[in-house]
Design a protein around this ligand. Structure first.
Ligand SMILES: *[C@@H]1O[C@H](CO)[C@@H](O)[C@H](O)[C@H]1NC(C)=O
Ligand SMILES: *[C@@H]1O[C@H](CO)[C@@H](O)[C@H](O)[C@H]1NC(C)=O
Ligand SMILES: *[C@@H]1O[C@H](CO)[C@@H](O)[C@H](O)[C@H]1NC(C)=O
Ligand SMILES: *[C@@H]1O[C@H](CO)[C@@H](O)[C@H](O)[C@H]1NC(C)=O
Ligand SMILES: *[C@@H]1O[C@H](CO)[C@@H](O)[C@H](O)[C@H]1NC(C)=O
Ligand SMILES: *[C@@H]1O[C@H](CO)[C@@H](O)[C@H](O)[C@H]1NC(C)=O
Ligand SMILES: *[C@@H]1O[C@H](CO)[C@@H](O)[C@H](O)[C@H]1NC(C)=O
Length: 835
């Protein structure tokens, strides 16, 4: 009975309290304000940021480093006094906040990069995570800034972890953790493209990108019930002269069951930016604002409207755009606000992730606006970045390192604490440790793409991405594309854009919508396990290897179970397509040799250019692609393996590769070496020479297998009998002989007898020289001499036209000179010149 009475009175108290709260606005259940590094409390507006020492019990950090900076360096702003002091984290450090009411909370992080004591924090580079979300990664604050996030806290404590990057420190000037009213962000919003409904906002972590008071001045946090800061729109306007402003703060009304002052204060609803029509009834233009965003993320966009410009209802009709999407055609505020002018109204949208680094918001007249001059208004705007599918708000994946720094502080915390408090803190530490373990595990299973994306912040990735072609050649790695961007680039996987079909799936032509870069998008069958392994291999391989003669990976997409690889577009398709069966004009011998040389370079690089040899395993003419200048690039690394490690595993690995190209030794003994690629390449050489399929069942039995058949003729010294008819009479016999010998050696029965790819490359260069030598001289007169001089040199190079050759080698990339063969060529060149 007694308990019941107490309970009832508690209920009454809470009802009365909640009624009070209703009258006096939102009162947060949880609120923490910390002035990091500060010995004294700092008051900003009505918030007291407590001195650092009051909250040291919430913090676990390897060292207590509290510093301050020169006050003169601090820009003046509402909370500038908070920038005076900072706490510096030399190792992984965490705040653990007990949470009394689960649900959405603001996390506001204050940073002022400057010199504090012995620390130059301008180069501070660190990551911040909260709950399971990555808020910032490899972040380097550039200006005094407040980073505002909001997340739905789903347990009794909130852990915020700071992780300095290698050789760096993390720091913080001030911190807020404050409850957000449940009604501020609800679960759903309208989806922009394709238009529809978005559900799931409750679990989203959001980062404020922009919060704008249209047509009005800054609204400081002290004048906002939720301590938000609203900035003026001037700097975002694309053409300032097209816009003007209006203000009538006193008129703002909040409707029942709609917008409240917590959604946005009257000072926001009471001012607007509108079309500067100057009474011209024919005004047709948009007022647009542009905001910097990180590509690849979805954004939550909230519009605030309040008709403070019309003299009577139903006068104002306009269109509202997000990028090119008309999200509210013929928007009619009156019909949504019971025709009561100056009623606050807001609407929410979620954009598709796209590849652009700007988000454009526009308002413009609708064709319905009849009387008077057309107008369009906007009173407020909020743009928030949404976490990606990996729970990150930052472009780079980041996992909290498993080592914990909590131990060091346990003694101190226990010493300081008493009674219940000990329990709370211990629980928090336990939670923290469990969570770390869980995170580490999670990280392992989630980051299955076994490379980390280079280059720090998502911004730099954005710029790499937008410049499109800079990815090839450097050590940069592929970019993770949003599915929507791929859909857009390939015209929604238009079947008429298919440029190839393989075991893995279809290959589509595509155009990146930001800069028109042509790409090839290979879309795998989502359900194939085999495909998944190959997908991973290909990303791994192409991310490690960058070479002029290897196809560059521009990016990939693994959203929604998709496996899409995006490559540079190769204008001229496959080598195979140029040899037979497609009706394309046939290639000259020189072109063919250059293509063989290029692909040999690519393979040579694969075999030798890295600490571990990489075996391609699927060398064939369909995997050699040609760019607009017919430069060859080796593609399709899905089956590749690295060398040394396979000794243990190769036996169990099923024999893979393409029929007709397969190394018989590998087939028999399942022994995989670089020489298997050399064998397949030998088959390609014959294919190039004879321009026929490697297996052609329609032919008489002895001709079916090109490798066998060509070898027969090569042994007889009559290879010229079976060459591509379009080449007859155009190949210099010595060039053909060298080429034939090279192919023959590649097809040796045993791997040990086959040349290395470097030797093959060198021999092909030589075959080209033999062909070219004739072209540079009068064939009638000189060829006999020239060839006579060259013939005895089987493995030495003696170029006839040294200047031309030197120029040619200079033009070909010096990075190819790592190979023995090329340095041999080079030393020969030098010798010849010395003569
Ligand atoms: C600072 O704030 C803390 C926590 O609110 C309070 O306990 C303390 O008395 C304040 N100190 C001063 C000097 O105002
Ligand atoms: C927080 O998330 C839980 C489910 O994860 C949901 O039930 C709850 O409504 C959310 N709260 C808020 C305020 O978003
Ligand atoms: C920040 O740290 C990360 C991880 O150590 C590193 O990759 C990145 O290059 C650093 N950024 C800068 C600008 O130094
Ligand atoms: C409103 O417009 C006037 C003139 O067009 C301009 O001077 C003023 O800065 C604007 N005010 C705001 C807050 O944008
Ligand atoms: C808050 O708004 C009132 C008027 O609405 C203004 O007088 C006051 O200066 C504002 N406060 C701040 C800190 O700007
Ligand atoms: C306004 O912007 C939208 C979206 O970019 C565009 O489709 C429309 O043509 C623009 N209207 C005018 C009048 O420029
Ligand atoms: C954001 O993270 C939550 C929880 O981790 C996840 O459910 C949600 O799908 C993520 N959002 C997006 C857009 O991927």
């Amino acid at each position: 009975m007694m308990g019941c009475g107490v309970y009832e009175s508690l209920v009454w108290v809470s009802i009365i309290l909640s009624l009070l709260c209703l009258c006096s606005g939102f009162s947060p259940a949880d609120k923490y304000f910390i002035d990091c590094g500060s010995p004294v409390n700092t008051t900003v507006g009505d918030r007291v940021f407590v001195a650092d020492s009051f909250v040291s019990n919430l913090l676990s950090t390897p060292e207590n480093i509290l510093e301050n900076t020169s006050p003169n360096s601090i820009p003046s702003s509402e909370g500038s006094r908070l920038y005076q002091t900072a706490r510096i984290f030399s190792g992984v450090s965490s705040y653990t906040f007990p949470i009394s009411q689960r649900g959405r909370h603001w996390i506001r992080l204050y940073f002022f990069p400057s010199v504090y004591g012995n620390y130059n924090l301008r180069s501070g580079n660190f990551s911040v995570s909260a709950q399971n979300y990555v808020l910032l990664s490899n972040f380097i604050p550039s200006d005094a800034s407040v980073k505002e996030f909001s997340i739905n806290v789903t347990s009794n404590s909130l852990v915020i972890t700071f992780t300095p990057s290698i050789n760096s420190v993390a720091f913080l000037n001030a911190l807020e953790v404050v409850s957000v009213p449940d009604t501020l962000v609800t679960d759903d919003a309208a989806l922009v493209s394709p238009s529809g409904k978005f559900q799931g906002l409750l679990t989203q972590a959001l980062e404020t990108v922009a919060r704008v008071n249209m047509g009005g001045p800054t609204v400081v946090s002290g004048n906002d019930t939720l301590s938000r800061t609203w900035v003026p729109d001037q700097t975002f306007l694309v053409q300032r002269n097209l816009a003007t402003n209006a203000s009538n703060i006193g008129a703002v009304k909040y409707p029942k069951g709609g917008a409240t002052a917590d959604i946005a204060p009257p000072s926001v609803y009471g001012t607007c930016t509108e079309m500067n029509s100057q009474g011209d009834p024919n005004s047709i233009f948009n007022v647009s604002w542009e905001f910097k965003v990180d590509p690849g993320f979805q954004y939550f966009v909230r519009f605030h409207f309040c008709d403070i410009v019309s003299a009577s209802p139903n006068q104002l009709y306009f269109n509202v755009y997000i990028d090119s999407w008309n999200v509210a055609p013929n928007f009619d505020l009156s019909s949504l606000t019971l025709s009561i002018l100056a009623t606050a109204y807001y609407m929410d949208f979620v954009t598709a992730a796209n590849a652009k680094s700007t988000l454009r918001i526009s308002i413009g007249p609708s064709s319905l606006s009849s009387s008077g001059s057309p107008n369009a208004i906007l009173n407020g705007l909020e743009i928030m970045k949404m976490n990606n599918s990996r729970g990150s708000l930052s472009g780079v994946d980041f996992v909290v390192p498993p080592h914990s720094t909590t131990k060091k502080n346990v003694g101190m915390i226990v010493g300081l604490s008493i009674g219940v408090f000990v329990a709370v803190v211990l629980a928090a530490i336990l939670f923290l440790m469990c969570r770390r373990r869980k995170l580490a595990r999670l990280g392992h299973s989630k980051t299955w793409v076994p490379f980390s994306i280079n280059g720090g912040t998502s911004l730099t990735m954005g710029s790499k991405y937008s410049s499109g072609t800079t990815l090839s050649g450097g050590s940069d790695l592929g970019y993770r594309f949003p599915f929507a961007a791929v859909t857009e680039a390939t015209n929604n996987f238009d079947e008429s854009w298919v440029i190839g079909i393989g075991g893995f799936g279809k290959v589509y032509k595509g155009v990146l919508n930001n800069d028109g870069t042509k790409v090839a998008a290979k879309r795998g069958n989502p359900r194939s396990q085999q495909g998944l392994a190959e997908f991973r291999t290909e990303i791994e391989m192409l991310s490690q290897f960058r070479h002029r003669h290897l196809v560059s990976l521009i990016g990939y997409c693994d959203e929604k179970n998709e496996m899409i690889l995006i490559y540079e577009y190769m204008e001229n398709g496959t080598l195979k397509g140029h040899l037979y069966g497609s009706g394309q004009p046939s290639l000259s011998w020189k072109e063919r040799l250059e293509i063989c040389i290029g692909s040999a370079r690519g393979l040579h690089y694969l075999h030798t250019g890295y600490s571990k040899a990489v075996i391609h395993r699927d060398v064939k003419s369909a995997n050699i692609l040609l760019d607009e200048n017919l430069m060859a690039k080796v593609a399709d690394f899905g089956l590749s393996k690295t060398g040394p490690e396979i000794d243990q595993t190769h036996v169990s690995t099923a024999v893979k590769g393409s029929f007709g190209y397969l190394d018989p030794e590998y087939f028999r003994r399942q022994q995989l070496t670089e020489k298997s690629d050399v064998y397949s390449f030998g088959v390609v050489l014959f294919e190039v020479l004879c321009a026929r399929p490697v297996i052609d069942p329609s032919l008489p039995r002895e001709m079916v297998n090109l490798a066998e058949w060509a070898m027969k003729w090569q042994m007889r010294g009559q290879l010229d009998q079976i060459i591509d008819s379009t080449l007859v009479g155009k190949i210099k016999p010595d060039s053909l002989r060298k080429f034939g010998e090279t192919a023959e050696k590649c097809l040796a029965e045993f791997g040990v007898d086959r040349p290395s790819m470097g030797d093959v490359l060198w021999n092909l260069e030589y075959a080209l020289q033999l062909q070219e030598a004739v072209l540079h001289n009068d064939p009638e007169e000189n060829s006999a001499n020239v060839i006579g001089a060259l013939s005895p040199l089987i493995n030495n190079f003696n170029p006839v036209d040294t200047t031309a050759s030197a120029a040619q080698f200079e033009a070909s990339n010096v990075d190819d000179l790592s190979g023995v063969s090329m340095s041999r060529v080079f030393s020969q060149l030098v010798k010849s010149e010395g003569r």
